[in-house]
Design a protein around this ligand. Structure first.
Ligand code: ADP
Ligand code: ZN
Length: 277
């Protein structure tokens, strides 16, 4: 997998031996991550933007393996919460799960409170990859305040772009493994029988990947989230990444864009002035 014009390659180490555990992020105050990050070569604090189905989640996983920053998805918090016994769900969480099933956004206050409860995840030693947050200008402003208070500047915002027809096709055909959570498309012959080719688990369709919910999610994206493109462009943080092609090709573009992006902390001797590769 090539990165730069000079032919240097992206190696994908498995961060700390175990990729993507994120217990503290998924479960909130009750949990700590079993593996603490190793001191990173370079801290990356990134936001991933893009319409639903554009492949942000897959890119976040790959970028996590590439740089060790923790993949923090607000959608994953809600999906993890769905597994809680009803007695452990707060009213705000119950109503959030209803919004999610319909493809609507969860109210800003609920999402911002959830992220605030997980502030220590934003201090993760290797940085973070925020996926699905912020999704509105109010959330972006709240994030800016939280990060400023903790002196954790964002490095860049990766905006993944793909045309709407391709997105709708991907979402409607998306199936998720109930056991290992891996994601497949119905067009993939290995997944056609509804059985996970990796672990034998049952594949299912996310309730918000049904056509009615997809329409709501796309409209919501254009109305609420697309304005963030301008918001981050004005702050000099926006990197636009075409999201067609294979996940590896998209990762390659992401890494090339990050390498070409001036690093806000390069003047800081304790920061990440020295770039590897
Ligand atoms: P997608 O595949 O649409 O990008 P996610 O997995 O990020 O979806 O989120 C699934 C659902 O969770 C959203 O449709 C929304 O209902 C809710 N959600 C997740 N993050 C947020 C957020 N930052 N603000 C409001 N709602 C959110
Ligand atoms: Zn599986």
């Amino acid at each position: 997998m090539k990165t730069n014009k000079d032919g240097s390659t992206i190696t994908i180490p498995v961060a700390n031996g175990r990729p993507g555990e994120r217990a503290a992020w998924l479960l909130g105050n009750r949990a700590v991550c079993a593996t603490l990050p190793l001191p990173p070569k370079e801290v990356r604090r990134l936001v991933l933007l893009g319409a639903p189905g554009v492949g942000k989640g897959s890119q976040a996983e790959l970028l996590h393996l590439w740089c060790g920053a923790c993949h923090l998805s607000t959608g994953d918090i809600f999906r993890a919460a769905k597994g809680l016994p009803p007695g452990e769900r707060t009213p705000a969480l119950e109503s959030a799960l209803g919004c999610m099933a319909r493809g609507e956004l969860v109210p800003d206050e609920t999402v911002i409170a959830m992220v605030r409860e997980r502030l220590r995840c934003l201090r993760c030693a290797a940085g973070f990859l925020l996926d699905g947050f912020p999704r509105t200008v109010a959330q972006a402003e709240a994030l800016e305040r939280l990060l400023k208070a903790d002196d954790l500047p964002l490095d860049a915002v990766l905006d993944y772009e793909l045309d709407t027809d391709q997105i709708v096709e991907r979402l409607a055909g998306r199936r998720v493994c109930a056991s290992c959570k891996d994601v497949f498309n119905v067009k993939d012959k290995r997944a056609a029988a509804g059985i996970c080719p990796h672990c034998g688990g049952q594949l299912y369709q996310r309730e918000d990947d049904r056509p009615a919910a997809i329409r709501v999610r796309m409209e919501t994206y254009h109305r609420n989230t697309a304005p963030l493109i301008q918001y981050y462009r004005q702050r000099g943080l926006l990197l636009t990444i075409p999201a067609d092609g294979t996940p590896a090709e998209i990762l390659e573009r992401s890494v090339a864009a990050l390498d070409a992006h001036p690093h806000p902390r390069s003047a800081n001797p304790n920061g990440s002035a020295s770039r590897a590769g």
